[in-house]
Design a protein around this ligand. Structure first.
Ligand SMILES: [Zn+2]
Length: 585
């Protein structure tokens, strides 16, 4: 190759996605994402760190380890020769670079894998370096961020490589026990032993756009099954659809997403150790909103939240049912936009599905970080169909469960918004264990060591509603309903025919004032005279005030006390006397 040709090669590179010839400097400015087709080129660990951490904050951790060739492995070359060559070509000591740094001002410990070094393979040294990084996170009480890129365990170190999966996993478990956030960022490719351990057993899993992750590689699967693989198999979008990752993130958004998640975890931790964080400076419109919130807290909401016995304008129960189901009634995503700020949606049950009927993620309520989980319906037929009419599958209930547990670990309060005709009654839901999925949520909520505040915003349909509504405080919008069965279902069973639904609605005592009297609901959130669908903005305003008024006192209660009181709350429904007692509270 001539000197000119070599120089040309350094200036230009060819996109692996669309084969465009790209000017290198331009490509690097674009974070190594092809401006033509969006292909995310692979990054070495040093460049990845440069893109993610705050400038000047990087403090590399020692990568000095004794030379290791534990099983004297030789293929066509002795293993030490391969190590030497990898070091020479990458300038790295091993296939991972570990450091402490800040990201958006939040301190983290980081381990970033480099695929160029023997395929990012997990050997004893890589396992040791990542484990030390996790231990550093534990010592410093800071989150751990892992960026994975690996073909799997390192063959040249035999079963000792396999053991690294356990070594690193137990270090992650220690962070989990300590309530410190762990995040992995899957980059292309992440396979085998890395995929089956620390790439996926962290609290949150983000996949970079275009990344592929799996246990077995596509070549192996094709050989074993003898079949062609579906389009997009094991890609980030495939993983999202199958519940394996919280989100798919474009490289240019990755840092921002990490900042938002780290901020939530930091707030949870600060709240738990008894130092509530000062709300971060908000843009001016948000600041006004905060002022609104303070005002709403200072004065009783107007009109004052009605309590048991104070029925607002008496409306027929059947009319209320129709209001609760009104297609223009605000949905959970509407409230996430109008009541909360900075929602970062988290997806997937990690078992095989991501149910669109349940949405969840971290958000801020007047500057305070919370985990919000709610049923999602829709306004148009297309939206309703896409969301399965707000009827959650077992995957939806398991996603909610996962997020509740993450919230508890990180010290974030849980706010649930309940609006479902009921859990998905389909065949596949039964095959996947709908009953057990609901049951596990209910049980977990009775002992969840973090504040839980539930709001029935529309339809509170049966077990599917309760799966999100075992809470310290249960609020209900004035025109919502909450019932053991739909009026139509009840009429079909107990009346001569379904046309008796209005009578059934009255008999079931499913309105907010009735349920307040029965002690099932603690507080009715009044809707404006035009109802929630007629005045969504005012409804959001009142809901925010009610959420804050009910959440803030819970933040001061120690978790063990919260759980005890929550269990007492649900214990009192055991007898008629208990219900009566509840009725006069
Ligand atoms: Zn391209």
């Amino acid at each position: 190759m001539t000197a000119i040709a070599r120089r040309e090669e350094q200036l230009w590179s060819r996109c692996a996605g669309c084969a465009s010839l790209l000017y290198r400097k331009r490509l690097r400015r674009n974070l190594d994402v092809c401006p033509e087709c969006g292909e995310h080129a692979r990054l070495g660990a040093p460049e990845r760190l440069r893109q993610l951490v705050d400038p000047g904050s990087l403090r590399p951790l020692s990568d000095l380890l004794p030379e290791a060739d534990p099983i004297d492995f030789v293929d066509v070359l002795p293993y030490p020769h391969r190590l030497t060559a990898a070091r020479a070509s990458t300038g790295l000591a091993e296939a991972v670079v570990c450091a402490t740094a800040t990201i958006g001002g939040h301190p983290v410990a980081m381990a970033v894998m480099d695929f160029r070094f023997l395929g990012g393979s997990l050997g004893c040294a890589v396992g040791e370096l990542i484990t030390r990084t996790a231990e550093r996170a534990l010592d410093d009480r800071i989150p751990l961020v892992l960026v994975t890129a690996s073909g799997g365990a390192r063959m040249q170190e035999g079963a000792l490589s396999l053991m690294q999966m356990a070594t690193v996993s137990q270090a992650i478990a220690a962070l989990r026990e300590a309530g410190l956030l762990t995040v992995s960022v899957l980059t292309d490719p992440t396979y085998g032993g890395v995929a089956a351990s620390f790439a996926t057993n962290t609290d949150l899993v983000l996949a970079e756009s275009g990344a592929r992750m799996g246990f077995a590689g596509p070549r192996v699967i094709r050989q074993v099954t003898g079949r062609a693989l579906p389009e997009g198999f094991q890609t980030a979008d495939f993983l999202l659809r199958h519940g394996q990752v919280d989100m798919v993130v474009q490289r240019r958004s990755l840092r921002g997403r990490l900042v938002a998640l780290l901020a939530a975890a930091r707030a949870g931790r600060a709240a738990r150790v008894g130092h509530p964080p000062v709300p971060r400076q908000e843009p001016s419109s948000r600041r006004e909103r905060l002022a609104d919130d303070d005002a709403a807290l200072a004065r009783p909401a107007e009109p004052p939240p009605s309590t048991a016995g104070q029925t607002p304008a008496v409306r027929d129960a059947w009319d209320t049912v129709r209001m609760a189901r009104h297609p223009a009634r605000p949905t959970t995503l509407d409230y996430l936009d109008s009541v909360f700020d900075g929602f970062v949606e988290l997806h997937g049950d990690r078992l095989g599905g991501d149910c669109p009927a349940i949405v969840g993620g971290v958000a801020r309520l007047a500057g305070r970080h919370v985990m919000v989980i709610g049923h999602q319906k829709g306004h148009t037929t297309a939206e309703l169909v896409a969301r399965n009419f707000g009827m959650a599958s077992p995957a939806g209930h398991r996603k909610a469960l996962r997020l509740m547990r993450v919230a508890a670990r990180l010290g974030l309060p849980v706010v649930t918004l309940v609006d479902t005709p009921g859990a998905d009654p389909g065949v596949s839901a039964e095959e996947q264990g709908q009953a057990a999925a609901i049951a596990e949520n209910i049980l977990t909520l009775t002992v969840l060591p973090t504040p839980v505040l539930a709001v029935i915003t529309g339809e509170g349909g049966s077990g599917g509603a309760l799966a999100l509504a075992v809470a310290d405080r249960v609020l209900m919008l004035e025109n919502a309903v909450y019932s053991v069965i739909s009026p139509e279902g009840c009429a079909a069973i107990l009346w001569p025919d379904r046309s008796a639904a209005p009578q059934a609605a009255r008999a079931l005592r499913l309105t907010a004032p009735d349920l307040c009297r029965l002690g099932v609901v603690d507080e009715v959130v009044p809707e404006p005279s035009a109802a929630a669908h007629g005045d969504p903005a005012e409804t959001a305003h009142r809901l925010r005030a009610a959420l804050l008024a009910n959440l803030l006192p819970l933040l001061d209660v120690p978790p063990a006390m919260l759980v005890r009181l929550r269990r007492q709350r649900f214990r009192r429904f055991g007898t008629t006397r208990g219900v009566n007692r509840a009725g006069v509270r």
